[in-house]
Write a protein that binds this ligand. Structure first.
Ligand SMILES: [Zn+2]
Ligand SMILES: [Zn+2]
Length: 245
């Protein structure tokens, strides 16, 4: 499976780069994970957005869905001949936003049940509710054919169950918004919490994402590495960073 960062800033875009969005690919299948600002511009560099197979959303904060409406418009206005209706998976615990996923003949909102395993193309996905001001789900995405595991924490403060949820992940992408000192925040992780999480879960590759615009990011990375003290390959998220796992 390949995971490409399309946007990584927390809250708002910065210096020509966008907010949370990742392209997850396996065996020719393309899944967009969140759709923050600049998603379309970055996605077009990799695939024709008309060929996108499905979208899945962690929650409905604007920095995760900013480009969803324009993706719908692109699929409505651009094709010379109609393209298949796009499946957009989201939780249905926010009726207003969930209903906006459906645009007749263009896209169809599909509610995932966070207690069940969801199958989308080559992936099997499980969920855990995170610590965040609105309902949000972390996702564990397993490539069925290989058993490779990619976990995305989505937006979250620290909670213990996350350690088991992330266990043995080949790739973990986190919401590491704060430097050490802001632990037990109600919405986001710190470098220390991320380092400890990666260590306890025994992950193989770690990407720090949902980054804050006004902090020293090299220090964020160093603090994280100091806490996992292991040979976990650790990266700061960057637009078009592609991880193969
Ligand atoms: Zn966010
Ligand atoms: Zn959020």
């Amino acid at each position: 499976m390949e995971v490409t960062v399309l946007g990584f800033w927390g809250g708002f875009p910065h210096k020509n780069e966008g907010t949370t969005s990742y392209l997850v690919e396996s065996d020719g299948f393309t899944l967009l994970l969140d759709a923050g600002s600049s998603t379309l511009i970055q996605l077009e560099k990799i695939i024709d957005p008309l060929k996108l197979d499905a979208v899945i959303l962690t929650h409905y904060h604007h920095d995760h869905i900013a480009d969803l409406g324009v993706l719908q418009y692109l699929r409505q206005l651009k094709p010379a001949s109609p393209v298949p209706e796009l499946s957009i998976y989201g939780h249905s615990e926010d009726k207003f936003h969930f209903e906006s996923l459906t645009m007749p003949t263009i896209s169809k909102g599909i509610a995932y049940d966070p207690k069940e395993i969801l199958e989308i193309g080559p992936f099997q996905i499980t969920f855990i509710k995170t610590v965040h001001p609105v309902i949000c789900y972390a996702m564990r995405i397993v490539e069925k054919e290989t058993g490779t595991v990619f976990v995305f924490t989505a937006d979250t403060g620290y909670f213990e169950e996350l350690e088991i949820f992330c266990e043995g992940a080949d790739l973990l992408i986190t919401d590491t918004y704060f430097l050490e000192g802001m632990e037990n925040h109600h919405a986001h992780l710190t470098s220390k919490e991320t380092g400890l999480l990666a260590k306890k879960a025994g992950v193989k590759k770690l990407v720090l994402s949902h980054l804050r615009q006004d902090i020293d990011l090299e220090l964020l990375k160093k603090q994280t590495e100091d806490y996992h003290q292991q040979s976990i390959e650790t990266y700061l998220a960057k637009t078009q960073l592609k991880l193969t796992v």
